[in-house]
Write a protein that binds this ligand. Structure first.
Ligand SMILES: Cc1cc2nc3c(=O)[nH]c(=O)nc-3n(C[C@H](O)[C@H](O)[C@H](O)COP(=O)(O)OP(=O)(O)OC[C@H]3O[C@@H](n4cnc5c(N)ncnc54)[C@H](O)[C@@H]3O)c2cc1C
Length: 309
């Protein structure tokens, strides 16, 4: 693929003093450890930098993608002509004021959850083992063990069409692994949460959930967590296991032997390995059970980013 370097140089000229990296392997920013070079990656430190980055991309008609900790992404192997904008450590403050919690999009969900439990609050104890950011968590309505962010989220700080505003959550705007605020609909800058005083169970539950994750999930291998959403009335992992697919492998991508809901990277897996494996699993599960599995993992390709513009 021919890369448009002239356009990129013109775009960079619009960035002023904003720090960026060129030709960055996306795999260094995803929990799957998969993904080719993106032409430019920037981690804005504030809303002004975010605005400049997005305005520059729009002015140059250059694809861009906003993400967090990369723990729910499968990125193409070929180089991508796009700006990847990461809300991460540079944008990760949080504060607890009694039961009111505010966290910037780049704060890690697990860090914030642990801090809230340690401070004597309940409501995020289920989230301690989820490796995403607050922004990615809100975008995906992350959840586990009967809890989900929607239950405790009160307002979302959003960046949309060049404006920043505080948005009061309407429960219909979030559902199972879905929110109306996920990029490209908006950029989530942070969220305000209302927690409950701990009745003594929060830290016990948090440790119990962490123990369960360690014993049941292949957390020693790169993955993007559950590959497919839970189909109504079923569990994706059980369908995949019952279709005889545990340990099924294409290239270096494999259905985990430990938990059939996870596709794991056995070392050097490519986008194509995982995508083909996912297709095959969908086909076989449909053939055996008549259930259509829907990916939970977000596939990021140059084509998918172009179609967002
Ligand atoms: C080992 C493992 C265990 C996991 N367990 C769970 C689990 O129990 N429950 C669960 O729900 N998930 C789980 N996940 C999946 C993942 O951690 C969650 O989906 C998480 O919320 C993703 O956050 P992220 O910051 O990594 O998002 P990314 O992967 O960076 O992005 C995911 C999506 O959110 C969008 N997005 C990210 N940040 C923003 C933002 N600031 N504004 C707008 N859109 C944004 C991106 O564009 C993308 O579409 C697991 C993953 C792994 C690897």
């Amino acid at each position: 693929m021919k890369r448009n370097l002239k356009k990129l140089d013109e775009l960079i000229a619009l960035l002023g003093s904003i720090e960026y990296k060129r030709d960055v392997p996306a795999k260094n920013y995803t929990s799957f450890r998969i993904g080719g070079c993106v032409s430019l990656l920037a981690e804005p430190k504030n809303e002004n930098e975010l605005n400049i980055l997005i305005e520059a991309a729009k002015a140059m008609d250059y694809p861009y993608f906003v993400f967090g900790n990369g723990s729910n992404l499968l990125v193409q192997d070929e180089p991508i002509d796009a700006i990847f904008i990461r809300l991460g450590e540079n944008y990760s403050e949080y504060s607890l004021n009694g039961k009111a919690l505010y966290a910037d999009a780049g704060a890690l969900l697990c860090t914030v959850a642990r801090a809230s439990v340690n401070a004597g609050f309940k409501g995020l104890e289920w989230a301690a083992g989820i490796p995403g950011s607050i922004g990615g968590g809100i975008a995906m309505n992350a959840g586990a063990y009967g809890g989900e962010l929607k239950d405790v989220l009160k307002t979302v700080r959003l960046f949309k069409s060049g404006e920043i505003f505080e948005h009061e959550l309407d429960p219909d705007e979030m559902g199972y692994r879905y929110s109306a605020f996920s990029f490209p609909n908006a950029v989530i800058l942070g969220g305000s949460f209302e927690l409950l005083p701990d009745d003594g169970s929060a830290s016990i539950l948090m440790e119990e959930y962490s123990r369960r994750r360690r014993s049941k999930q292949p957390i020693d291998l790169p993955s993007a967590g559950s590959t497919f959403k839970r189909p109504e009335g079923h569990f994706a992992a059980k369908l995949i296991e019952d279709a005889g697919l545990k340990g099924f492998r294409i290239g270096n991508a494999m259905i985990s032997e430990k938990h059939a809901g996870f596709v794991v990277n056995m070392g050097g897996a490519s986008f194509a390995d995982v995508a083909m494996l996912m297709d095959e699993v969908q086909e076989r599960v449909f053939a055996v059970f008549g259930v259509q599995l829907e990916p939970e993992v977000k596939l990021v390709t140059e084509q998918s980013l172009k179609s967002l513009r």
